[in-house]
Design a binder for this molecule. Structure first.
Ligand code: NAD
Ligand code: WQD
Length: 336
């Protein structure tokens, strides 16, 4: 079961699960933040019919009904959540309610319906402003800088405590850094319902004329070119790591009951370097304006992903060129 299966990362994960040839994914998504038409695109790309339940996971009765109908759900990958940092500051209670209420029901369902594996979407935002780079899993969880990051910190704690009393299920929190890009087919990708806040979707909107210009938030940081550094990672690599995490839990009976694993490329790329790469790869020169810092931004963060390499046998297959070219291809397809 892939909750949030019609969202950005969930839909890509459905494709990678099907491509692995080992899984038959079922999507559960209320479409509160996604487009129901995504399902048709996934079916066209994969050439397969995909089962989808239009259900709010916070609605326990309806959510549990899916398990009565489906029986034998082997694993849940729980993506469904709200994910916007600025929005979480505006409507914190809705973030706590949705992100934690859905997780509560997912955990209860794991026990009630004997689901053996749960993969939880966590985030590098749990680390906050770090002292030492790169960030590995021993880096302490920081002071939460927004309600969204706080829901991911609490979510991981919920898994830890629940795992203590329900070790019959195995739990992995995957901490994503900055997922970007689209399926390499260019036929599906991110489709934010509201105006995006993330860098690459804004860049593709500027390039396609839907926005006038890109603001660079801060060029006076203590980094190599003054702009912020992030660890961008292709969404298909993030999705593939979920497939590898399920395979790992299946073949490693001695895997710990709970584990947390970083998913990043390990490369730090600055905002100005992203702009240069975008211009070079797409041939479109972005209209750029340098502005002040955005509140809450950390100067630099990137991952040490050795644990994912060693435990899961996972490695990134895509580089920055793939991330940008696939996003640009999808943006052009989308606005056609
Ligand atoms: P997304 O908004 O594209 O997808 C989330 C999906 O969950 C949406 O389709 C939405 O309709 C659905 N959803 C939300 N609440 C629901 C509910 N109560 N019941 C049923 N469906 C519900 O987001 P995404 O980028 O695909 O992120 C997926 C997960 O990964 C989230 O948990 C997010 O916090 C986490 N994450 C994302 C990023 C990122 O940069 N995209 C980074 C780190 C972690
Ligand atoms: C990247 C860089 C901006 C927009 C967020 C969440 C994090 C995780 C990933 C979910 C930053 C700069 C951006 C713009 C810019 N998500 N920027 N102009 O903030 O690193 O991470 O997404 O878990 O929790 O916080 O990603 O894409 O918003 O920004 O200069 O118009 O681009 O300042 O340095 P961020 P982002």
């Amino acid at each position: 079961m892939v909750t949030g299966g019609l969202g950005y990362i969930g839909s890509q994960t459905i494709l990678e699960l099907i491509r692995s040839g080992e899984y038959e994914p079922i999507a559960v998504d209320s479409c509160v933040r996604s487009n129901p038409e995504t399902l048709g695109r996934l079916e066209a790309i994969s050439g397969r019919k995909i089962k989808h339940y239009l259900t709010d996971i916070c609605d326990k009765e309806n959510f549990f009904r899916i398990f009565e109908e489906e029986k034998n759900i082997a694993a849940i990958i729980h993506f469904a959540a709200f994910k916007s940092v600025p929005e979480s500051v505006e409507i914190p209670l809705e973030y706590y309610r949705n992100n934690l209420g859905s997780l509560e029901n997912v955990l209860e369902a794991c026990t009630k319906y004997s689901v053996k594996q749960l993969i939880f979407s966590s985030s590098c935002s749990i680390y906050g402003d770090v002292e030492k780079l790169p960030v590995d899993e021993s880096t302490p969880v920081g002071t939460p800088f927004c309600p969204y990051a706080h829901t991911k910190q609490i979510g991981e704690q919920m898994l830890r405590f629940y795992a203590d009393i329900h070790p019959e299920t195995k739990y992995i929190a995957l901490r994503y850094f900055n997922p970007i890009g689209a399926d390499m087919s260019g036929k599906t990708g991110e489709e934010p319902k509201d105006a995006p806040n993330n860098l690459l979707p804004i860049m593709t909107q500027v390039a396609s004329g839907q926005r006038e210009c890109l603001s660079v938030f801060g060029t006076d940081y203590d980094t190599r070119d003054g702009s912020c550094i992030r660890d961008y990672i292709h969404v298909a690599d993030i999705a593939d790591a979920h497939v590898k995490a399920l395979q790992y839990l299946e073949k490693e009976p001695n895997a710990p009951v709970f584990d947390a694993i970083n998913l990043g490329s390990g490369n730090g790329v600055s905002v100005l370097e992203m702009i240069e790469a975008f211009d070079r790869i797409t041939g479109v020169k972005l209209n750029v304006k340098r502005t002040g810092r955005r509140a809450g931004d950390v100067p630099a963060i990137y991952s040490n992903s050795t644990k994912a390499h060693t435990l899961l046998g996972w490695h990134c297959r895509h580089n920055l060129d793939d991330m940008i070219s696939s996003a640009w291809k999808w943006e052009q397809e989308r606005i056609r």
